[in-house]
Write a new protein. Structure first.
Length: 266
């Protein structure tokens, strides 16, 4: 008989989803990024503002915009990390569940369990993400300091803008590294779930499959469109990435409901 300990571990990992699977409204992300980019470009090309105060106004916009992007970077990294951490716990518990089911003849093919373990992702150290976050935020913190310390206001504002640009580039790089997470994660989870469901169905249990919900996302094409649209497409790209993980989590919750149904009959 499948042990209650393994069943509780599996159920516990599923119930934690309401605490770890954070939903972000992608439309808000899109509006914020496009509004900031459009405003910054308008000041940069002299479409708004006067010559005397344009650089100071632009510095203020860059500081606010960089803080917004840093917040988005934190939200993106945090939810990817928390979701992945829970999934690793769930997938390990499901492997242990499959081992006990296989011993009782309720799960077909012990080699399938080994393939399931191969699809469990590795978790990037939290220290690495914290270090990247700190590195990205330091230039923005120094921007107003530079503007205040340098006697010439315009020169100080110029150095502050450069510091903000450095932060923006670092934030952009970190966010881009995380853009492919939903697609990569879904691929691994889909392969893992298919192995589990095939093993369960072959033993006579009826169980719903995880359905693929994320479409094709080509990193090179996304980067080209971002640069050729003066980063306006970056808002669309971020919108798609946020929506992709939301859709994956919704579909995964449906799949996890079928796991809970399976636990009840074991």
């Amino acid at each position: 008989m499948v042990s209650e300990k393994v069943k509780r571990r599996t159920a516990s990992a599923i119930r934690r989803r309401s605490k770890t699977d954070l939903r972000i409204y992608p439309s808000i992300v899109l509006v914020v990024v496009i509004a900031f980019t459009a405003t910054a470009l308008a000041y940069m090309f002299g479409l708004v503002g006067s010559g005397a105060d344009r650089r100071l106004n632009l510095l203020g916009i860059f500081i606010v915009g960089t803080c917004v992007l840093i917040s988005m970077m934190y939200l993106t990294i945090s939810r990817n990390y928390q979701h992945s951490k829970r999934d690793i716990e769930l997938m390990n518990a499901m492997c242990d569940l499959a081992v006990q089911m296989e011993a009782e003849g309720r799960f077909c093919d012990v080699e399938r369990i080994q393939r399931m373990r191969e699809h469990i992702p590795t978790l990037t150290s939290r220290k690495i993400w914290v270090a990247l976050f700190v590195i990205a935020i330091i230039p923005t913190i120094s921007a107003p300091v530079l503007a205040l310390m340098i006697p010439d206001q315009m020169e100080g504002a110029g150095y502050g803008i450069i510091a903000c640009v450095v932060s923006l580039v670092l934030c952009f790089a970190v966010i881009v590294l995380n853009m492919g997470f939903p697609k990569r994660h879904e691929r691994m989870f889909l392969e893992f779930a298919d192995e589990f469901v095939d093993g369960v169905r072959a033993s006579g249990y009826n169980m719903e499959r995880y359905r693929k919900v994320i479409g094709v996302r080509n990193l090179i094409v996304m980067l080209i469109l971002t640069f050729f649209t003066a980063f306006l497409f970056f808002g669309v790209w971020l919108y798609l990435s946020v929506r992709d993980l939301n859709r994956h989590m919704d579909e995964q919750w449906n799949f996890e409901d079928s796991i809970m149904d399976l636990l009840e009959v074991l």
